[in-house]
Design a binder for this molecule. Sequence first.
Ligand code: WT7
Length: 655
Amino acid sequence: MSKSTIESILHEERLFPPSEEFALQAHITSLTQYQTLYDKAKEHPELFWAELAESELHWFQKWDKVLDWQPPFAKWFLNGKINISYNCLDRHLTTWRKNKAALIWEGEPGDSRTITYAQLHREVCQMANVLKDLGVQKGDRVGIYMPMIPEAAIAMLACARIGAPHSVVFGGFSSEALKARLQDAEAKVVITADGGFRKDKIVPLKSAVDEALQDNAVPSVQKVLVVQRTKQDIPMVGDRDVWWHELQPTASADCPPEPMDSEDMLFILYTSGTTGKPKGVVHTTGGYNLYTHVTTKWTFDLKDTDVYWCTADVGWITGHSYIVYGPLSNGATSVMYEGAPRASNPGCFWDVVEKYGVTIFYTAPTAIRAFIKMGDQHPNKRDLSSLRILGTVGEPINPEAWIWYHQVIGQEKCPIVDTWWQTETGGFMLTPLPGATPTKPGSATRPFPGIIADVVDLDGNPVGTNEGGYLVIKHPWPSMMRTVYKNDKRFRSTYWEHIPPKDGKYLYFAGDGARKDEDGYFWVMGRVDDVMNVSGHRLGTMEVESALVSHPAVAEAAVVSRPDEVKGQDVYAFVTLDSTHEPSDELKAELKKHVVHEIGAIARPGEIRFTDALPKTRSGKIIRRFLRNLAAGEELVGDISTMEDLSVLDKLRQG
Ligand code: WT7
């Protein structure tokens, strides 16, 4: 985040209380009610969550202990038996919701499907049976690499139904990134599609799967289940690949849900950290189901009449928790859109809002800034009067974008919920409740009931009002990640050791900087580690560096973020070449392409700068701080006395 944004946030004093009309109809109707819930959850967390688990979810067998906390390992609802696909599907079939739209899907070329709860249940059972026929058993991992089509959600729910943890890999990741994730998860089956439509092009998903699996690179994978979407010609590999549309018609629609232990793994989702290797974040069943259910209901004030649309991709945690599991567990109508705003159709999102009468719209600041650039005429030409709540997630929202969202999209009548959370947290941690919390542009406001958050220094001591520090969570919550897949050590060191336990209490370290104002509102300022936030997507600087140095021309690379008007941050790479290569524009282009090949288009460096040497400390560590200043065109700040060779800086400054 740029310094100027931090300053403008610091001066933000506007307050937007919910209208009386909105508050009166809301699930949580006042700040007093929020405070009562918050206090109860703080004093009796186990009772608070147990009551909700009882009233909101179906359990095949009740738990015998609510929480087992052996820091940093938490277990929730011990010995409870539950299945999230049952809670998302079966239980609605005995109510009027049976024929309610569960998913409304809009394809990029303009095709569409509405799928009722009964239909979704049927297709999920069929896919679950197909997976069983392909040899998938409870506990086996299944990779999912899909476009934004209903079958992506169907695949997730089918895995959940039979107790096979899924690992969804974002369809924009390259075959190399897919390979690394499938290897780590040791997936047995991969579910993919021939392709998907995005920005008027076909994303060739199946060929990326073929590349990832080439030369038996992922020996655990036995079968690939392919959904037909684009219908372009693709090769099918002998006894490995099978078509969903050929198996579905004869697959039984009867598939009893597997009674899962509350702590059985539901999914692994890989996310970037401070090393070159993404972490497999592990989420389990009962606590995740409960927390995503309750946060969806209260934060979006969800009603049966709502048409809810989250614009994320199912490949990210936002799609898991707030397109699929949270909304469906509540029996909501969840909209899925395959495409993205593009030059040929800059108003496509507003067409979707108008066509389906979307009432709750949840997107990212980077998208909002892109809409501002495209011009008000696009939303202004559509009827957006159905909207009643707006949401944002992914990075701090600058107050200018917040106000535009409020005025142009929300017509000044929709509360905005700015939700701060992470892949690791499973669900919202800091968020307004729209009928209760007065909002301030740029602040994610207060913790959700049950979340004890604070801003502390590196010793774990709370910092003063409006002082910057590290955002931490002080008590376990139901949807917290359980570990890094196959790597408890990395789980400990990443989240629990930067700040030591305080008075025997463990603090979850989120990796974000923040401050708390005089009203107890949190202002998240962005990552404090070597993680970038490009268009709301997390990307490790080390990941991009490893991609660069895997190119034969590159001797060394240092990657930093640079402020960007639309993306929030952009990737800026400093590269030193080996002696046999000369800097050139062609080589720059080739290196950018190489990064896209290794990771995916989201990691494409906006700028590559060749240099003879990188600024380092005497112990050989690259001083990224200076590089960030250089990339942003700022004066160098900070102590240069630890530098090994001061002439390096002079050269870089001269460009
Ligand atoms: C990081 C988590 C959780 C879904 C999307 C990203 C940043 C997220 C906000 C917000 C300020 C935010 C943080 C966080 N972030 N939401 N409302 N305000 N920053 O999930 O990829 O796990 O990234 O995104 O830096 O640590 P993720």
